[in-house]
Design a protein around this ligand. Structure first.
Ligand SMILES: Cc1cc2nc3c(=O)[nH]c(=O)nc-3n(C[C@H](O)[C@H](O)[C@H](O)COP(=O)(O)O)c2cc1C
Length: 210
């Protein structure tokens, strides 16, 4: 089984990456395949609301979205991490998630039944809003979200510092989250893996009444 961690920070070796790698390292210690995917330097435009994905079965905007979405489709676990920017995930991450949701529906919801969760990092505050926003994304995409001993948040980055390693509590939260993630993924695998998405898409994309 494979878990990917998609990081919405533009900063190389940043604080969000640090916490996400704590989760990945724990999963790797348990024998799981892992991959860190940075959105840094990638072009992922916001959804333009063209609805072409409904007929094409995929997003028709030509940028780096497809490459990242392919990794999401083929992973068993998906971690979504973002620094908190004005009490929200970054714009780059939001663009990825809105397109993954909509074109994902058009493609038969390949994310359904996977396991995942958010990681947010802030200098001081706003994690609850950013984390809740990411949770809403997991829930609407039919992804199973395990818990930890606290919310998956890290505190780091005053005046741009790269100091995530000083947040001992945050590190323990991430380790505990990895334990639960691996347990849930293993349990679901024993029960036949991902759920069928079958008819849900028809319900979501019912044609408007004339
Ligand atoms: C545009 C911008 C907005 C930010 N907004 C917040 C905020 O709302 N709350 C907060 O506590 N920190 C805020 N920060 C600080 C970052 O969340 C913090 O430095 C974080 O550790 C950066 O993570 P990274 O190294 O993964 O990019 C902001 C930073 C930037 C550049």
């Amino acid at each position: 089984m494979k878990t990917i961690a998609i990081c919405g920070s533009q900063r190389e070796n940043g604080n969000t990456e640090f916490f996400m790698r704590v989760v990945l390292d724990e999963l790797a210690n348990k024998g799981m395949e892992t991959e860190f995917v940075s959105l840094r330097g990638k072009t992922i435009l916001p959804c333009r609301g063209c609805y072409q994905c409904l007929s094409a079965g995929h997003c028709t905007i030509e940028d780096d979205f497809a490459e990242v979405f392919d990794k999401m489709r083929t992973a068993d676990g998906i971690l979504i991490g973002s620094p908190v920017y004005v009490a929200r995930p970054t714009a780059l991450m939001s663009a990825l998630l809105e397109r993954a949701t909509f074109s994902g529906r058009a493609a038969g919801q390949p994310l359904a039944g996977k396991v995942g969760g958010p990681v947010t990092v802030a200098r001081r505050t706003g994690q609850a809003f950013a984390s809740a926003e990411l949770l809403l994304w997991f829930f609407i995409n039919d992804i199973v979200v395990p818990g930890s001993m606290y919310w998956n948040v890290g505190v780091a980055g005053a005046r741009g510092a790269f100091d995530a390693e000083t947040d001992a509590e945050g590190i323990e939260i991430m380790k505990r989250y990895a334990v639960n993630m691996e347990r849930v993924m293993t349990a679901l695998e024993k029960h036949g893996g991902q759920a069928e998405s079958a008819d849900r898409d028809k319900l979501f994309f019912q044609p408007a009444k004339a």
